[in-house]
Design a protein around this ligand. Structure first.
Ligand code: GTP
Ligand code: MG
Length: 424
């Protein structure tokens, strides 16, 4: 049997990717993404574990059942030795996986199970689960390689008809209801002057799509975009665009990618490369599929009931409405009437709009919203917090101002004492 990709196996076995990843974690098998391949032994071990699980407990296993299961252990144990004890995927920082969940109290108390078995048989998380949230996907790449066109295609065909026309020109972030669920996209400019915007875009992203035109291949801002995604530790997917053009050369792009250390899967590497055309739509569905697979691997969660936090995507001053800021809700929920603190200012939310321009009353995690109510334009990239009333908002601002002053004074003092030491 040849090697099989994780997501293919998940499909074949009718389990979700996350489940397979948990099993791989428990086996100590390393992988980089859901497109990593597995050898025959590992596949057999996985099948053994799944068979055991379904035989023992058709529904969720109880602690005692989990702790007493040993046949799966004996099936899986030989693979444990051959598996490299390396860490797993590149995004450990953002992806709490099930192996970070402590094993059950029963197992801990009995103390008789080896850690490998305890983790392997750990039942699903019992604590109230933080809900999943939609992935935030930033589109980056060289100027004119087709980033906006790609988003236009996705938006036109996938966003509910009522939302289609309503998106304002200025909003670089929008939500799309796709066949793979809700995805939030952020467009970034490719022109060389906009390095900071690209870096910011990468920082709010869960996943970066690097768009490379098939007739132009890797260009300076492609390299820069890749560097931003890597610096932000964001998994990336390469979309080779414009494959409808007669001069498109997909193979050349793939070869060129290896020169920037992104080795496509077909070449034995781990970089997901999807050929697409923003013009004809070819490959776009595949791209969405890969986004959703990557998001699943990231296990993105945020609590809509938790404390609000967000980040400013962009802001502008509108002659009629005043300051309009696009804020990405990262955690919690923001409501009309809330006070928001950003930088050293605060504002009361007069109105909220979704990315389709509809007025909304509140917005939860992974939602880009336009906020009306700041008295001055907040700085893009700044964190946004909320306050329950004006008094708290003011206090939060004054703490920030004080902190900045203290830092500045300390810096000034150091500078003066250095000058004294150096003499006139
Ligand atoms: P910047 O935001 O300026 O960096 O550009 P961009 O990457 O957003 O590129 P944009 O979507 O504006 O497209 C640039 C040009 O390429 C436009 O003329 C598009 O019509 C064209 N284009 C984009 N995608 C495709 C495609 O898949 N096929 C063809 N034939 N043309 C495309
Ligand atoms: Mg563009």
């Amino acid at each position: 049997m040849s090697k099989v990709r994780i997501y293919t196996l998940a499909k074949d076995l009718s389990v979700d990717n996350q489940k397979l990843l948990e099993i791989l974690d428990s086996l100590g098998v390393s992988y980089k993404s859901v497109s990593s391949t597995l050898d025959e032994d590992t596949v057999d071990a996985i099948k053994g574990i799944l068979a055991e699980e379904s035989a023992a407990t058709p529904s969720a296993p109880t602690d005692s059942q989990a702790a007493s299961q040993t046949p799966a252990e004996s099936t899986a144990a030989p693979q444990l030795q051959s598996a490299p004890p390396t860490p797993h995927h590149k995004d450990d920082v953002t992806a709490p996986t099930s192996n970070s969940v402590p094993s059950t109290a029963a197992q801990a108390a009995s103390g008789q199970v080896s850690s490998a078995v305890a983790v392997q048989e750990a039942p699903p998380v019992q604590a109230p689960e933080i809900p999943h949230r939609a992935p935030v996907v930033t589109i980056m790449g060289h100027v004119d390689h087709g980033k906006t066109s790609l988003l236009d295609y996705i938006r036109k065909t996938k966003v509910a008809a009522k939302e289609a026309g309503g998106i304002t020109q200025h909003v670089g972030a929008f939500e799309a209801q796709t066949s793979k669920g809700r995805i939030v996209f952020i467009d970034t400019p490719g022109h060389e002057a906009f390095t900071t915007i690209r870096a910011r875009g990468a920082n709010v992203a869960d996943i970066a799509i690097i768009v490379v035109a098939a007739d132009d291949s890797i260009m300076p801002q492609t390299r820069e975009a890749i560097a931003h995604a890597q610096a932000a530790k964001v998994p990336l997917i390469v979309a080779i665009n414009k494959i409808d053009l007669p001069q498109a050369d997909v193979e050349r792009v793939k070869t060129d990618l290896t020169s920037v250390n992104l080795v496509p899967e077909e070449y034995g590497g781990d970089t997901v490369v999807v050929p697409v055309s923003a013009k004809t739509g070819e490959g776009v569905e595949d791209l969405l599929e890969y986004i959703s697979l990557t998001a699943e691997l990231e296990d993105l969660r945020a609590d809509p009931k938790g404390e609000f936090s967000g980040v400013v995507i962009e802001s502008k001053v509108d002659k009629q409405s005043g300051v309009l800021a696009t804020v990405m809700v990262q955690q919690g929920t923001v409501n009309v009437g809330d006070f928001l603190v950003v930088g050293e200012t605060y504002g009361k939310i007069k109105a909220l709009m979704d990315s389709a321009g509809n007025r909304i009353k509140s917005a939860g995690p992974s939602t880009p919203v336009q906020v009306l109510g700041f008295s001055e334009a907040p700085v893009s990239g700044d964190k946004v917090a909320s306050a329950s009333n004006e008094h708290t908002a003011r206090e939060k601002v004054s703490v920030r101002v004080d902190t900045r002053r203290t830092v500045e004074e300390a810096r000034q003092k150091r500078k003066l004492s250095l000058e004294e030491m150096m003499g006139p």
